[in-house]
Design a protein around this ligand. Structure first.
Ligand code: HEC
Ligand code: HEC
Ligand code: HEC
Ligand code: HEC
Length: 341
């Protein structure tokens, strides 16, 4: 990945045209962004039923962030350059580094680091539905009732494991940082070198529920293949949107253009292995918009198309026919951390 990024630097920088424009302000759509309609209930509530998953989460960087970030010198320097006083009460850092609840004064307060609802969605409405067995005892619902229960949960903002496109998109909404000023003025890095398999199958993995905590089951080979493809496509979608936010020729624009260029190449490489039409469509859409400053409308439209096709991939394939990419999947040694159990 890193080498690919470097190789494409020259091309990406050449693609950036010079323009002067004012910073247009932040604005990301995170799971927490649903907070207007749905409220956060906090990880302590989830832990009442999901003990094993909570134990794993407590061993992650996501959990540690709550205490680490405010003590970090780097964090305080970024905040100072951004003209902020308190990291835990200013919305700019909250969306990505914490789980927050509304305060009486109309503000927001951090109650945990990146936690259950940062990834599964604010749960005030969906939590009682998802675990309510349609008002019956476990095992006594009809198949139609089960299906309705999950539909209602999703309509109430739940992000389910099954919906790989949605949860992957949510990871990327934090791991690519689409705030030009935060990067250029604040000195925040532009994002993580995020790859879906390696980043989800290490310390983050908590597949313990449906086998009653017996083992923390790694994703199957088929699922990993699908994750790899979906991860590449969502990387492309997210980085196109991020380039769309670029208004000045500086570090942010260069980093995001490099990222998008590398993501285009990665999708083309996958097409070479898999020869599925959807990847061709993604590539065509992604190449329809120039990686240049002040090009948000065209880049967003391209990103929307990439997203729509990626959703189709998740609906249509299960990875069983993607064996041709086994050689490019990250090895276990590349996974980020190890789960606590
Ligand atoms: C009262 C107990 C209870 C609480 C509290 C609870 N859950 Fe669950 N959860 C369940 C049950 C029961 C299931 C499985 C339902 C089934 O088998 O159909 C489940 C399933 C899940 C699943 C898997 C869904 C799927 O698509 O298969 C996720 C994710 C989940 N819960 C997350 C959470 C989160 C996050 C919280 C806190 C916001 C939470 N749960 C709070 C009982 C609970
Ligand atoms: C769009 C999401 C996003 C926003 C907004 C954001 N961050 Fe971050 N931040 C991240 C991610 C993702 C990382 C991890 C990057 C990596 O993988 O190296 C990170 C890393 C950091 C680090 C380095 C931490 C370490 O242990 O390596 C600091 C410090 C930091 N952020 C501070 C802040 C501050 C202060 C703010 C608010 C002014 C802020 N961030 C806003 C997503 C964000
Ligand atoms: C960083 C994002 C993230 C966080 C934080 C997170 N989850 Fe998950 N969770 C996921 C993803 C992604 C999956 C699906 C993984 C897969 O399919 O391999 C999942 C799967 C699950 C499942 C289904 C497990 C199974 O056996 O299939 C449950 C239940 C669950 N999470 C509950 C929780 C609870 C409770 C918390 C907080 C203690 C939590 N999650 C925190 C992202 C997250
Ligand atoms: C609400 C924002 C947010 C979401 C959603 C999110 N993350 Fe993170 N994640 C962060 C931040 C911020 C860090 C920060 C790091 C630090 O202090 O270095 C991080 C760190 C990590 C780390 C540790 C990285 C390391 O260097 O060891 C892993 C692994 C990770 N995230 C995976 C995931 C996966 C997989 C998903 C989706 C299933 C996800 N994250 C969703 C914000 C988020």
């Amino acid at each position: 990945m890193n080498r690919q990024l470097e190789n494409s630097t020259a091309a990406a920088i050449a693609a950036l045209v010079l323009a002067v424009c004012l910073f247009t302000g932040p604005g990301t759509a995170l799971a927490q962004g649903d907070g207007d309609r749905f409220k956060v209930i906090g990880p302590t509530k989830c832990a009442e039923c999901h003990k094993a998953e909570t134990e794993v989460w407590k061993g992650t960087t996501h959990h540690a962030l709550f205490t680490d970030l405010t003590r970090s010198k780097e964090a305080n320097q970024i905040a100072e350059r951004m003209g902020m006083r308190r990291i835990k009460s200013e919305s700019l850092c909250l969306d990505c580094h914490f789980t927050t609840v509304a305060t009486e004064g109309g503000g927001r307060e951090a109650i945990a680091g990146v936690s259950c609802e940062s990834c599964h969605g604010p749960a005030s409405v969906w939590q009682p539905i998802h675990s309510g067995f349609s008002g019956k005892k476990e095992g006594q619902e009809t198949p139609a009732e089960i299906a309705t229960r999950w539909e209602k949960s999703e309509a109430a903002g739940m992000i389910r494991p099954k919906d790989m496109y949605r949860w992957a998109k949510n990871c990327f909404s934090c791991h690519v940082v689409p705030q030009e000023k935060l990067v250029n003025t604040g000195g925040h890095r532009a994002g993580s070198p995020f790859e879906l398999v390696a980043w989800s199958q290490g310390e983050v993995r908590h597949n313990l529920w449906y086998n009653k905590g017996a083992i923390n089951e790694p994703a199957s080979r088929e699922t990993k293949r699908l994750m790899f493809v979906v991860g590449r496509a969502v990387e492309l979608e997210t980085s196109l949107r991020a380039v769309g936010k670029a208004t000045e020729r500086a570090g942010y624009a260069v980093a995001m253009a490099k990222r998008a260029q590398a993501a285009r190449q990665a999708v083309d490489a996958l097409y070479g292995y898999l020869k599925i039409d959807e990847l061709k469509q993604i590539s065509t859409a992604a190449n329809s918009a120039g990686l240049k400053l002040n090009n948000e409308a065209a880049l967003s439209a391209a990103a929307d198309e990439v997203g729509a096709v990626t959703r189709k991939i998740v609906e249509k394939y299960d990875g069983s026919t993607f064996g041709a990419i086994d050689g490019v999947l990250p090895p276990e040694s590349a996974y980020k951390g190890k789960p606590a159990r």
